[in-house]
Each structure stands twice: as structure tokens, then as C-alpha cells.
Design a protein around this ligand. Structure first.
Ligand SMILES: *[C@@H]1O[C@H](CO)[C@@H](O)[C@H](O)[C@H]1NC(C)=O
Length: 311
């Protein structure tokens, strides 16, 4: 048992990124620009899909959900990082830290569940094109989105509640730019075996199961194309699944990079850089991946802008 003279931690210090002081302003401007691009890019996608009735199809409604999730995911960490880069004492209150953990896990997991839903949507679109509209009914779409929200709520709750059990002693310095779950566990002075076990088993399931489901969807898509090989079929797959595949690779590339390539020394530095990748870079790139090569999105933008100039 911890001693009685133990101090109760009311706040944590976030060490932030290992940036040399002379480059501080440069990085501040860079992160601010990245965050604003993320917010703007994802907002444009959400508004465009809302405004243009041509885009009221399951694929784009899911994309709009993904954009919302990206926007929130980035907002969990980036504003605090920017604020802390400006302040003398980069602290975060205990409750703020728990809130950050909760929403970080929530939106990170929501993102991966939505990617599964989108893979299933592509699978139905390519393997059952004639029944697509009747299978992906508005009711099913809404249920899939709701199910993702329920699962991710339970999962984030589990981690946050397990975290509240822990007590923290003298050390309150987090060598990271946000309240990362694993960085927090390292600071705890109570037994963290249950937390580690839950992360290992359920966390592993939450990362691996969606990944497997996506692989299965794509395996079925590819096998259905190979049954009747044609350049038109292959072209169709690339034009409708290309963006989704890029986003999936980006998301799982960084996650796999983080967990499967442990480095002995300098691990905090590597962790921070990779965290930067998935908290700031991935949510920023998703809107571009989906809209740059996409005729529907460009057409919608044109229609919405034309409507505006008519009035
Ligand atoms: C998310 O998807 C559901 C179901 O397709 C849709 O009704 C809803 O409008 C979407 N939400 C957002 C923010 O786009």
C-alpha cells in the first residue's frame, strides 16, 4: 500500500515535443496550419455532403461520419498542444487528462470501426451491385453507425474507468504532448496489471478484428473480380475503393508502425513522432485523399458554388 504521506496529484505536466527552442515558432506555425487544414478540410466535406443531394448515398454518409470523427480526433490533442507550446507551465488538470484519454480512445476507435463499415459498404457495392440499394438501406446504415458509437463508447469507458482506479505519486511529468494512456500507466504507482491485460487483450482485438474484417471484405472483392476478369471491373474497383484503401493503409500503417516495431532506445521520441502522424497528419490527409481524385465530390463542389452565385 502507498504511504500516508503520499501527495495527491491534481495536475500533470506535459513535456510536449522535443523541439529545440530556436525552431519553436516554426513548429508552432506548422502545427497551427495543420490543425486549421484538418478542421477546414473535414468541415468542407461534411457541409458538401449535407448540401448536395447527389451525395446522399451510404458511401458518402459514412465518409461524412469519418470526417466528423477525424475532426474531433484531431481536436482532442492539437488545441491543447498549441496552447501548451505558448505557456510557461504546460500543465493539464487530472480531470482534463482523463477526458483527453476518454475522447482519444473514443474517436480513435470510432475511426477504425467506420473504416470497417466503409469496407463492408464497398464489398456490397461490388459483389452485389444490383441489390446494393436494398441491402444498404438507410435503416442498416444508421444501425451500423449507431453500433460503432455504442461499441466505442463502451471501450473508451472501460479504459477510462480502469485508469481512475490508479493512484499517482510524486512523478507527474508526462513525456508526451497529450495524456497518452501508456505514458500515464508508466507514471502510476499502483498495480497496473489489469490495465495492461485489458489493453493487450481488448486493445489487440479492437485493432486486429477491424483490420481482419477489412482484409476479408477486400479478399472477397478481389475474388469476385477475378472470377470475371475485365479491365472495366478492375477500373471500377480502383475508382471506388482506391480512396478507402489509401485511408486504411495510412491508418493501419501508423498503428502497425507504432506497435510492431519497438525500438530499444529513444522510444519516447519515436512514440511522439508516430503519435504526431496519427493525431495530426492522418486526419488532415483523409479529406484530400477522398476529394482530390473524386469526380462526385468535385461535381458537388461545383454545384454548391453555382447555387451560391445564382442567389
Ligand atoms: C452518419 O451516417 C448516418 C447513417 O448513414 C447518417 O444518417 C448521418 O447523417 C451521418 N452523420 C454525419 C455527421 O454525417
Amino acid at each position: 500500500m502507498p504511504g500516508n504521506n503520499q501527495t495527491v496529484i491534481t495536475q500533470f505536466l506535459l513535456l510536449g515535443l522535443p523541439i529545440p527552442p530556436e525552431h519553436h515558432h516554426l513548429f508552432y506555425a506548422l502545427f497551427l496550419a495543420m490543425y486549421l487544414t484538418t478542421v477546414l478540410g473535414n468541415l468542407i466535406i461534411i457541409i458538401l455532403i449535407r448540401l448536395d443531394s447527389h451525395l446522399h448515398t451510404p458511401m458518402y454518409l459514412f465518409l461524412s461520419n469519418l470526417s466528423f470523427s477525424d475532426l474531433c480526433f484531431s481536436s482532442v490533442t492539437m488545441p491543447k498542444l498549441l496552447q501548451n507550446m505558448q505557456s510557461q507551465v504546460p500543465s493539464i488538470p487530472y480531470a482534463g487528462c482523463l477526458t483527453q484519454v476518454y475522447f482519444f480512445v473514443f474517436f480513435g476507435d470510432l475511426e477504425s470501426l467506420l473504416l470497417v463499415v466503409m469496407a463492408y459498404d464497398r464489398y456490397v457495392a461490388i459483389c452485389f451491385p444490383l441489390h446494393y440499394m436494398s441491402i444498404m438501406s438507410p435503416k442498416l446504415c444508421l444501425s451500423l453507425v449507431l453500433l460503432s458509437w455504442v461499441l466505442t463508447t463502451l471501450y473508451a469507458m472501460l479504459h477510462t474507468l480502469l485508469l481512475t482506479r490508479l493512484s499517482f505519486c510524486e512523478n507527474n511529468v508526462i513525456p508526451h504532448f497529450f495524456c497518452d494512456l501508456s505514458a500515464l500507466l508508466k507514471l502510476a504507482c499502483s498495480d497496473i496489471h489489469i490495465n495492461e491485460l485489458v489493453i493487450l487483450i481488448i486493445g489487440g482485438l479492437v485493432v486486429i478484428l477491424p483490420f481482419l474484417l477489412i482484409i476479408v471484405s477486400y479478399a472477397r472483392i478481389v475474388s469476385s473480380i477475378l472470377k470475371v476478369p475485365s479491365t472495366r471491373g478492375i477500373h471500377k474497383v480502383f475508382s471506388t475503393c482506391g480512396s478507402h484503401l489509401s485511408v486504411v493503409s495510412l491508418f493501419y500503417g501508423t498503428v502497425i508502425g507504432l506497435y510492431l516495431c519497438p525500438s530499444a532506445n529513444n522510444s519516447t521520441l519515436k512514440d511522439t513522432v508516430i503519435s504526431m502522424m496519427y493525431t495530426a497528419v492522418t486526419p488532415m490527409l483523409n479529406p484530400f485523399i477522398y476529394s482530390l481524385r473524386n469526380k462526385d465530390m468535385k461535381g458537388a463542389l461545383k454545384r454548391v458554388l453555382q447555387k451560391k452565385t445564382l442567389f
